[in-house]
Design a protein around this ligand. Structure first.
Ligand code: FAD
Length: 483
């Protein structure tokens, strides 16, 4: 495959913005079986799984969630309950056929839910579990504060990303989003509400973080904040050699313990198959100090000389960059299409083999969407949380973010791409590359046991304790409900 590799990293700088939050009156919860509600809840971003629930709840508060789960757990003929964040799963993880979907992020009865409350002194924000990260950002910026760890895309819910991990180019430095949470309110599968943290009800706290919705529904999260940067110097450079590219990425993430002026704040890479990048760049307006810091760091890297693309943009524009791409794709009717995505954590020791077998092998010279690749430090992931990573100090995210299109080309079809995903997984298995799926999809409990490895027994124990009837998040297909 003729590929180039794009390394992108940024450095933040600090300035400020000001604003306020608002209160509004209280509506009632709504249990709906409107065709439109059922239709929305039966779909997700993946567009590959369609399962209609019996009803949809638009909660106005944690009490509504408690009442529903109590009814599901306590009634003689129980039912399942699936929290749905913004429905951005790929394989029906927030769907259920035998019960009720709780629309945590829907606007239905938004006004009574917890509004984000910022504590400037203690450096955190309390938010409703269905809050979208874009709204968390908008609120905290009013206090010149910002969460530390992000996803590339902000129209995802807090509860949804905390049920997985929540990663982006800041994870090497701050860890995933699940490592940047102080406290949670969680409604368990018995309908009991607990406040939990590392110190209090810690088993529930750690279970829920990366727990794929299996132990409870997050109704409130207390998220760590830092002073918000104001602007971002965004630098992109090109590589033609895979091992030079990965060496430089690993060097950049090794600087995580250094002073802020001696490291970048965000590091991500892309495999560019079509050898084309189209970006417009504005003239830089940042200070000489930033120039010097960037130059000093760039000197240590080994990209193709003369391929430095630099831009200087507001921090919010940088964080919200994928939304711009979304709007463009929507305008061309290319957003609501099937997305057979495959996200893998690949151990550092085997990333070169992965390159040979997958990028230069299975993928050929056609892909159908961006391929992200960036390393993370395992010591930034709390082992007590449910999320699983490879058993090495450094591992890479490889994200094949593909869209299946009806263009008449065989290589763009859902069948072809899904088949290719299976080939990639089979290749890793046969080559003994011990990858872990991120945003995992499995169909049998045996596969799930393999996924969780030595964390499985604890996962199972927590399930028995917090959701003994196994009614929560059945769309993950880990446990069968006992109804
Ligand atoms: P949903 O898909 O609605 O739910 C996901 C799971 O969490 C379900 O099992 C659901 O039952 C459960 N759940 C939802 N809310 C709660 C709650 N309050 N309490 C308990 N369980 C709950 N991920 C990254 O880490 N980094 C990225 O950069 C990134 N970029 C993305 C970009 C796009 C365009 C898309 C579509 C996804 C991206 N993701 C990324 C994946 C994203 O983290 C997952 O889709 C995640 O599930 C969040 O989506 P959601 O909020 O819509 O949750």
């Amino acid at each position: 495959m003729a590929s180039k590799l794009l390394l992108t990293f940024v450095i933040y700088h600090l300035i400020s913005t000001v604003g306020l939050t608002m209160e509004s009156p209280r509506p009632r919860p709504r249990l709906s079986n409107d065709a439109e509600d059922l239709q929305t809840a039966s779909l997700d971003f993946g567009r590959m799984s369609r399962v209609k629930p019996l009803a949809v709840l638009h909660p106005t508060s944690a009490e509504d969630v408690i009442s529903l789960v109590k009814a599901a757990y306590g009634s003689a003929r129980g039912f399942t309950v699936s929290a749905r964040g913004h429905g951005h799963s790929i394989n029906g993880q927030a769907q259920t056929a035998d019960g009720v979907v709780i629309e945590m992020s829907g606007v239905g009865s938004k006004s009574r839910r917890l509004k984000p409350i910022v504590s400037e002194d203690d450096g955190y924000v309390d938010v409703w579990g269905g809050e979208l990260w874009i709204d968390v950002l908008r609120t905290t910026l009013q206090y010149q504060m910002s969460p530390k760890s992000w996803t590339d895309y902000l129209y995802l819910s807090v509860g949804g990303t905390l049920s997985n991990g929540g990663i982006s180019g800041q994870a090497f430095n701050h860890g995933p989003q699940i490592n940047n949470v102080f406290e949670l309110d969680v409604v368990t599968g018995k309908g009991e509400l607990f406040t939990c943290s590392k110190q209090k009800n810690s088993d529930l706290f750690h279970g829920v973080l990366g727990g794929l919705g299996q132990f409870g529904i997050i109704t409130r999260a207390r998220i760590a904040l830092e002073p918000a940067p104001h602007r971002v110097r965004w630098i992109r450079v090109l590589y033609s050699n895979f091992s030079t590219f990965t060496k430089d990425q690993e060097y950049l993430i090794s600087l995580h313990g250094e002073a802020p002026s001696d490291k970048f704040d965000y590091v991500e890479g892309f495999v560019i198959v079509d050898e084309e990048i189209t970006k417009n760049y504005d003239a830089s307006t940042a200070s000489n100090v930033v120039d010097q810091q960037v130059d000093a760091l760039l000197k240590k890297l080994h990209f193709i000389p003369s391929t430095v693309f630099t831009t200087d943009i507001p921090y919010t524009d940088f964080l919200d960059r994928v939304h711009k791409a979304e709007l463009k794709l929507r305008a061309k009717d290319l957003w609501d299409v099937p997305h057979p995505w495959l996200n893998l954590f690949v151990p550092k020791s085997r990333i070169a083999d992965f390159d040979k077998g997958v990028f230069k092998g299975i993928l050929g010279n056609k892909t159908s969407g961006p391929i992200l690749i960036y390393p993370m430090n395992k010591n930034k992931w709390d082992y007590n949380n449910s999320a699983v990573t490879p058993d090495e100090d450094i591992f890479y995210l490889v994200a094949l973010l593909r869209s299946a299109l009806d263009t008449g080309e065989e290589t763009q079809t859902l069948e072809y791409l899904s088949n290719q995903n299976r080939r990639i997984l089979r290749f890793c298995d046969e080559a003994g590359i011990k990858v872990k799926q991120y945003l995992p999809e499995y169909n049998t409990q045996e596969e799930w046991k393999g996924h969780f490895g030595d964390k499985w027994e604890l996962f199972l124990k927590r399930k028995m304790e917090f959701d003994p009837k196994r009614i929560l998040a059945t769309g993950q297909r880990i446990f069968r409900p006992s109804l």
